[in-house]
Ligand binder design. Structure first.
Ligand code: SIN
Length: 291
């Protein structure tokens, strides 16, 4: 089978047709999809009317599933699936209703952050509910040589508990999560393990500072990088259709799910998460620059 690939955005994103995700898929077709993914970073499979099992089976052709990092958001009988929904779950507001409201790459606080994620649209509001993606290779390549040189050796401190959607969690839960996911040190410029290309890898959701800088220095550099990374020309905005499956590469993109819809309308998505490769180390605050 030869898939059809249609570019969706100048910066990133392509639509894939000519493959039925509900049927067995050959290794050759998976290799074509993977090549398209590495080239376009975000793939959209329209009309993927698939079950949770088919969603998982397709995801597992690219990597093992990541289940540990996402367990708090699961709200699904299936451990491989995370629901991202504002639907009331068991009579309570869903814990995932505000996931992704600031730019991020999934779980960038982890020692082994996920390679990618596959989000399947189950129900949509009347209008809106879009997801925006930004190309972090392009963001890196469009910096001046001087700034590229400056940020090349830098590292950031990333903290899961800095994420805005976690600010409400009770102190006992925060203390447990702090032990399970201590802050980590991550590269500002990440080399993609498959393409070898460099991408900016810090984000406003979990990055708390540049390691070894004063708060003022760090704030200035990060503020510039955050605004640069999401310049409109680096962004593709996905307007969902029911049953779209969107697969993104966390190693070279960021994404954002804005509240661009009436929250009394249901937006219901299911996500699988692909296990990645190690990038970070545990943060040791005694090595911090304190002046
Ligand atoms: C996410 O950040 O994984 C969710 C994105 C979305 O809901 O569009």
């Amino acid at each position: 089978m030869t898939i059809r690939v249609k570019r969706l955005g100048y910066a990133l994103g392509a639509e894939i047709t000519g493959v039925d995700l509900a049927k067995p898929i050959s290794d050759a077709t998976i290799a074509e999809i993977r090549a398209a993914w590495l080239e376009h970073q975000v793939l959209v499979f329209p009309n993927a009317d698939i079950t949770a099992e088919q969603h998982i089976a397709f995801s597992c052709r690219f990597s093992e599933l990541e289940v540990g990092l996402t367990k708090h958001y699961r709200e699904s009988a299936n451990p491989g699936i995370v629901r991202v929904t504002n639907r009331v779950v068991d009579g309570k507001p869903s814990i995932s209703r505000n996931v992704g409201r600031t730019w991020h790459s999934d779980s960038a606080f982890a020692l082994v952050p996920p390679m990618g994620s596959l989000l399947h649209c189950k129900e949509l509001p009347e209008v809106g509910g879009d997801t925006l993606f930004a190309n972090m290779y392009m963001a890196y390549e469009r910096l001046s040589p001087g700034l590229r040189k400056l940020i090349a050796p830098l590292e950031v401190v990333n903290d899961r508990l800095a994420a805005p959607e976690l600010h409400w969690i009770p102190p006992e839960q925060a203390a447990r999560e702090r032990i399970e996911w201590p802050p980590t040190v991550q590269p500002v410029v990440r080399v993609h393990p498959e393409t070898g290309r460099k991408a900016i890898y810090c984000n406003e959701t979990v990055t708390v500072k540049i390691h070894g800088m004063t708060p003022e220095e760090s704030e200035g550099v990060l503020k510039y990088l955050y605004s640069h990374c999401v310049r409109p020309e680096f962004v593709y905005r996905h307007r969902w259709q029911l049953h779209d499956l969107v697969m993104w590469d966390n190693r070279c993109t960021m994404h954002l799910a804005p509240v661009d819809y009436d929250m009394s309308h249901v937006r219901d998505m299911s996500r699988t998460t692909l296990r990645g490769t190690p990038t970070g180390r545990v943060y040791d605050s005694s090595k911090e620059y304190l002046e």
